[in-house]
Design a protein around this ligand. Structure first.
Ligand code: SF4
Length: 303
């Protein structure tokens, strides 16, 4: 699938865009580096192939942290299930999304004769392996990541849930740690925050093995977005509210352009946010489909 598969109406709508310029005459540009990362493209591609053949497919958790894209795939037959439901399922195909899974999930699938369609992102799989190796080497592992996030659960699972997960350095204040510690990061954390955590741990005197395992699909956007954000009067950032990298990248935009608005769909746009002749940049998370940003562009141009 191309980056924009699922954006089937774009070409059809281009003619519409040209004739639908609204009275506000907003000049709208979509950041061409925004939209699905290759890990998400891979997972959605796999899901769509099976949906086309079988008509339905189970997926463990939301395939992507974007409700609009999830709804689009549900309409094709995707059935989202929770881990508790996996235990009751037998003889079916189940997709593992890009976030990856803990070893428990693979065990349950084997017991229940479930065929796993494993769309774990290769970047996440590599990180899981590195954490497993550290665990086998008896290192004390810290994971800088969001509590309860699917990827983090999968990472912690590599350590028999013994790795210590924290999302804020303050959480380590009252924790007794050994002198030697190994630090990893969830792939979608902010680069600045990770290096800040690293510096603070070193300044506290720990012998720290710090592994910057932030995905370059996210950190490169960290670097490119500031330039994009400063080119326009206003930025409309489109993302699901559950997306971790959506929060990170929104903050990057807002830091460089205070007139940055967060929305999840075109329905959340409000004309009063804008002034006539504004230039507007649209950016999104690695889980934001291009078709959704295109819808937002069309809505803005109709104002
Ligand atoms: S952000 Fe990176 S690690 Fe996460 S799914 Fe995308 S490519 Fe994979």
């Amino acid at each position: 699938m191309s980056k924009n598969k699922g954006d089937k109406n774009i070409h059809k709508n281009q003619r519409y865009i040209c004739i639908a310029m609204g009275a506000y005459n907003l000049q709208v540009t979509i950041d061409q580096d925004s939209g699905f990362c290759f890990g998400v493209v891979y997972a959605i591609d796999m899901a769509e192939e099976i949906l086309a053949e079988d008509g339905y497919l189970y997926c463990l958790g939301d395939i992507v942290h974007n409700d609009e894209e999830v709804e689009r795939l549900k309409a094709q037959g995707l059935r989202i299930i929770e881990h508790s439901q996996l235990k009751d399922l037998r003889n079916e195909k189940v997709l593992i999304r890009a976030h990856g899974e803990a070893p428990d999930t693979y065990r349950t699938a084997l017991e229940n004769n479930i065929t796993l369609i494993d769309a774990s992102c290769p970047v996440v799989l590599k990180l899981q392996n590195r954490i497993k190796t550290s665990f086998d080497n008896k290192e004390k592992i810290l994971i800088f990541g969001k509590h309860g996030h699917a990827e983090v659960i999968g990472l912690q699972g590599q350590t028999n849930n013994e790795a210590l997960v924290f999302q804020d350095i303050a959480e380590l204040e009252d924790v007794e740690l050994p002198h030697n510690i190994t630090l990893y990061s969830q792939t979608t954390k902010s680069m600045d925050k990770f290096y800040n955590v690293k510096d603070q741990l070193i300044s506290r005197g720990y012998d720290l093995k710090a592994n910057d395992t932030i995905c370059r699909q996210v950190s490169n956007r960290d670097k490119d977005l500031p330039k994009f954000a400063t080119r326009f009067n206003k930025i409309v950032f489109v993302s699901g509210r559950k997306s971790s990298n959506g929060k990170v990248l929104f903050e990057v935009c807002r830091k460089h352009n205070p007139d940055t608005f967060f929305i999840s769909s075109a329905a959340e746009l409000d004309k009063t946010m804008f002034s006539p002749n504004d230039t507007i940049g649209i950016a999104g998370a690695t889980s934001t489909p291009m078709w959704l940003m295109q819808q937002v562009k069309e809505a803005l141009e109709s104002f």
